[in-house]
Design a protein around this ligand. Structure first.
Ligand SMILES: [Zn+2]
Length: 615
């Protein structure tokens, strides 16, 4: 039974989806259901509305009542359009534990039943609404942080992990309170789900059992979902005017954790590489139009590019203004919907500058800039060196803050220049003669990676999809199994006939089966791909670095499935070794970090110059 109180005189819309409505009372009088044209929603006058309803929830992704437990995230009760305050009472068999949006849960037990009353004093949007998770298998453990109670609802298999998860959750709550302001609720729960999932609802996070069991992902996943308590749950996303929330969450969770380990540049390079792999002129959407992730393309735009936009904004306005601006944003839009424009206005006010060019360049346009080093000239100037660097943008024109680094004997000197023209000259005065110039060494600009910078990865290989080709000869049964295993994952390997000399035109991705394939010496030199289990090596094509060559060495058909399952989960690597289906080694062959140019020794002005001095 759902009971709705709304002001008299208002027309109300109630979403029902597949719920079976038994009876509706409006202000104590039966409401004639025969009048409703659309059975999935109800239009009623304001007042007190009571809806008696039933629902069967099974085998659906977001609404399930099964033996393992209950997860209800979609329309599972009559949802009133707009923002509402909710109270929920749930009666379940006695052995169940239950969670919903709540600052307080009051549990009472009756004859074979347990009744949960959830108190939550904040309004929820109809698009999020009330959610519910329960299971007879939950083991509940508790910790606390300040006056916030933290709970873990884990299945018995993972109950032993609860203390470390509770501690991790406590640390993230503390970290984000420092960064963003107070955690908005009194209660926080980590709830295990029998489905693969990572969802953040106000006051709780639903994590799949597979995710909880994998320590590799759990930390960044947990940080990400906890950060959504602020971005998405406390500050709502104005989906009609674009989703800023995923990019900001990636930036201050996944990216921030890697940055703390000194690997922020790798995270950003991965974003740029993935964007290049998945996004084309045909499928790209402007960031402002991103509302939800549907596939690799929307993910590359709405998560990856978006995170880079926040990174560039931080570099543009500086640390202090960036973080105080984010705090002001959270404070101003608590329990309200916010848009990109709301963010822009806060940063414009704080930075005292017009940022419309920045936001419109990155939100409204498709495509991405490309930077090229056209020329570097060094000239002695007294005891110093005058260096002239010419940069150009062969692609579409953008205004970019470009990091420029000069190296001498591994000692860097850092500068930032504003590149806004098609071709632009930048003068520098250095105390010593530079040996190498590096542009954007840490991948701080959202730009098209050069072929030399973009690592050869399994991710790139499979993103090429149907263009993959397998060159014979093949051990027939193994080849068949590999082709089948790829096909099950939506990647078609085409078998192509090729000359044995490797001189034929490179395919966008060429797959060689067998470590002794005759094309290996021509394409990959003296690379050895051996091993008793399953090995994979992905490299750039020697004659066309935009294209890839992969070698799969497989000993035994039983190795294929577990190895590919792992590879499709961990795609951003170039070298894999598996033994009896277990990953033995996974590495990424390093590539050029930034656009690197050797500064020639015989450059103009060098001869007869003064003795070199270190900066
Ligand atoms: Zn997210």
């Amino acid at each position: 039974m759902a009971r709705i109180s709304a002001p008299q005189g208002r027309r109300l819309t109630i979403f029902l989806a597949d719920l079976k409505v038994l009876k509706v009372m409006v202000n104590g009088r039966p409401f004639d259901l025969g009048k409703t044209a659309d059975p999935s929603q109800l239009e009623v006058p304001g007042g007190v509305i009571e809806v008696a309803y039933e629902g069967v929830f099974q085998d659906q992704e977001s609404n399930i009542i099964g033996e393992q437990g209950i997860v209800l995230r979609d329309i599972w009760y009559p949802v009133l359009a707009g923002r509402c305050l909710y109270t929920l009472t749930a009666t379940l068999p006695r052995d169940y534990e239950a969670v919903s949006e709540a600052d307080r849960i009051i549990k009472s037990q009756g004859d074979g039943t347990a009744t949960f009353q959830f108190e939550f004093p904040h309004p929820l949007n109809d698009s999020d609404g009330l959610t519910f998770a329960a299971s007879p298998r939950f083991q509940v453990s508790q910790a606390s942080y300040r006056e916030i109670e933290i709970y873990a609802y884990f299945f018995p298999e993972h109950a032993g992990l609860a203390p470390q998860y509770l501690e991790q959750a406590r640390q993230f709550l503390e970290m984000y309170e420092r960064l963003l302001g107070p955690y908005p609720y009194r209660r926080f729960s980590l709830v295990e789900s029998f489905q693969p999932s990572a969802y953040s609802m106000p006051t709780y996070v639903l994590l799949g059992e597979r995710e909880i069991g994998s320590d590799e992902y759990a930390t960044s996943l947990l940080a990400h979902e906890i950060l959504h308590q602020w971005f998405g749950n406390l500050v709502f996303t104005d989906f009609d005017r674009g989703n800023w929330n995923e990019g900001l969450t990636i930036y201050l969770a996944d990216h921030l954790l890697e940055d703390h380990k000194g690997a922020g540049w790798q995270c950003r390079r991965r974003i740029l590489s993935n964007f290049k792999s998945h996004v084309t002129a045909r499928n790209e959407i402007p960031l402002r139009r991103f509302s939800e992730r549907e596939d690799d393309v929307t993910r590359s735009v709405g998560y990856g590019k978006s995170a880079m936009v926040f990174h560039m904004l931080r570099r543009l306005v500086g640390e202090e203004i960036f973080f105080s601006g984010i705090r002001e944003f959270v404070q101003t839009y608590s329990f309200r919907a916010a848009s990109w424009d709301d963010l822009r206005k806060i940063f414009e006010k704080r930075a005292r500058q017009d940022l419309s060019w920045f936001f419109s360049q990155w939100l409204n346009r498709v495509g991405l800039p490309e930077i090229r080093v056209d020329d570097v000239k060094v000239e002695a100037a007294g005891k110093q060196f005058r260096v002239a660097v010419t940069l150009s943008q062969p692609g579409p024109l953008y205004k970019l803050q470009v990091p420029v680094t000069f190296y001498r004997e591994q000692v860097p000197r850092h500068f930032t220049v504003t590149l806004s023209r098609k071709k632009q000259n930048f003068p520098f005065l250095l105390a010593s003669r530079p040996e190498e110039l590096v542009i954007d060494e840490n991948f701080e600009v959202f730009r098209k990676l050069s072929p030399a910078e973009d690592p050869a990865t399994f991710k790139r290989l499979v993103a090429r999809g149907p263009n993959l080709t397998v060159q014979p000869p093949l051990p027939a049964d193994i080849a068949e199994d590999i082709i089948k295993a790829f096909k099950q994952r939506g990647v078609n390997l085409k078998v192509a006939k090729a000359g044995a000399n490797g001189a034929n035109a490179p395919h966008s991705a060429t797959v060689l089966l067998g470590g002794d394939h005759p094309l290996i010496p021509n394409l990959l030199g003296n690379l050895e791909v051996k091993g008793r289990g399953f090995s994979a090596v992905i490299r750039k094509h020697p004659h066309a670095p935009e294209h890839l060559v992969a070698v799969f060495q497989v000993n035994g058909r039983e190795e294929i499935e577990p190895a590919l399952r792992e590879m499709f989960t961990h795609r951003f690597y170039s070298d894999y070794v598996f033994q009896r289906g277990e990953p033995a080694c996974r590495t990424l062959k390093e590539e050029e970090r930034g656009l690197r140019v050797k500064v020639e020794n015989d450059a103009k002005g060098f001869k007869g110059g003064p003795g070199e001095t270190r900066p």
